[in-house]
Ligand binder design. Structure first.
Ligand SMILES: Cc1cc2nc3c(=O)[nH]c(=O)nc-3n(C[C@H](O)[C@H](O)[C@H](O)COP(=O)(O)O)c2cc1C
Length: 300
């Protein structure tokens, strides 16, 4: 996820999970405009450390040759897979005819997947992530088939349409429809709130895998279902801050990253009520926020 799932976050998450709890992960999207990324630029997002789970690189763009060129770089980095983002709903993505804009052009979506598959061959699986549609979900089967026809080896279906952005209500039958439309494995996404939803989505829709977005920001232990203490939750955030510091991030960036999580954090009941959350969010001095987090992590 953009601004969250950097190599530091993944390292802290992985240290607290069995590999099988997580299955796999993906970098935040790399926006490909009209020139290809070099391998060293891609590697920055993947991180240097060997990962116990497959970690893929996500690209978002519509410029086929720039995407194909970046796919070559991804291949060189040894990433586990290359994922193509056809779901990003932002105005910026639409302006560049990227992300969810391509949901209106299934043929072009197919062609982009094919261009990357041609570069990656059998060495690097190419996967795709779509939303259920742009304005409505009428074409979810057509979109799923387009990704499959282009050569995608796995398809993630975020069951909201672009128009629905991140509405709380979700319709998992759209995932079922995609599962029934293609032969490749489908990863369902959208509206998972608690650990039990992972299995529920699999059994209700028939999807092979489940992806979690917002709920994982609030509680990174959603993948294992473990109930953690407030201290363990504070330790997670503190370690994340330390990992960012080791990677060269200054106090301002570290505090901003922590606040992105604190805004929605629920794990360990670390945040006791709305007033407590407000006081964390109101802390303007990055150093003071970091010291307070350290103190919470240290108290048993
Ligand atoms: C902060 C944030 C950043 C995100 N960044 C990405 C991204 O880089 N690539 C992507 O495919 N989806 C991204 N998403 C979307 C999520 O992967 C997911 O599809 C979406 O949140 C729906 O799942 P949920 O209902 O479990 O939250 C992001 C979501 C959030 C909240």
């Amino acid at each position: 996820m953009e601004g969250v799932t950097d190599p530091c976050y993944r390292a802290v998450l992985l240290a607290r999970h069995q590999a099988e709890d997580l299955g796999g992960a993906c970098t935040e999207f790399l926006r490909v405009v009209d020139h290809a990324y070099r391998p060293d630029q891609v590697r920055k997002h993947l991180g240097q450390d060997e990962s116990p789970i497959p970690v893929g690189v996500q690209l978002m763009g519509s410029h086929e040759s720039a995407l194909a060129g970046t796919a070559e770089s991804v291949l060189e980095t040894g990433a586990a897979f290359l994922d193509l983002n056809f779901g990003c709903p932002t105005k910026g993505a639409l302006k560049g005819c990227a992300g969810s804009a391509l949901l209106r052009e299934p043929k072009r979506l197919e062609s982009i997947v094919r261009a990357c598959v041609q570069v990656c061959g059998t060495d690097l699986p190419v996967t795709a992530k779509i939303r259920a549609g742009f304005d409505d979900a009428e074409s979810v089967e057509e979109l799923a088939r387009a990704a499959e026809a282009g050569g995608a080896s796995l398809l993630t279906v975020h069951c909201r349409t672009r128009s629905e952005r991140y509405t709380p209500e979700v319709d998992w039958t759209r995932i079922t429809r995609a599962v029934e439309a293609v032969d490749i494995p489908v990863c369902g996404n959208g509206g998972v709130q608690v650990h039990a939803d992972l299995e529920r989505m699999r059994s209700v829709t028939g999807c092979a895998y489940v992806m979690v977005g917002h709920a994982a920001l609030a509680d990174p232990w959603i993948f294992s279902g473990q109930e953690v203490t407030a201290q363990a939750a504070a330790e997670f955030l503190h370690e994340y801050s330390l990992a960012l510091e080791s990677a060269g991030a200054g106090p301002r960036k570290r505090a901003a990253r922590l606040k992105q999580l604190l805004k929605v954090w629920s794990a360990g009941r670390l945040i006791t009520d709305a007033a407590d959350r407000k006081s964390w969010m109101a802390e303007r001095e990055p150093e003071r926020l970091l010291v307070a987090m350290e103190a919470r992590a240290a108290c048993g």
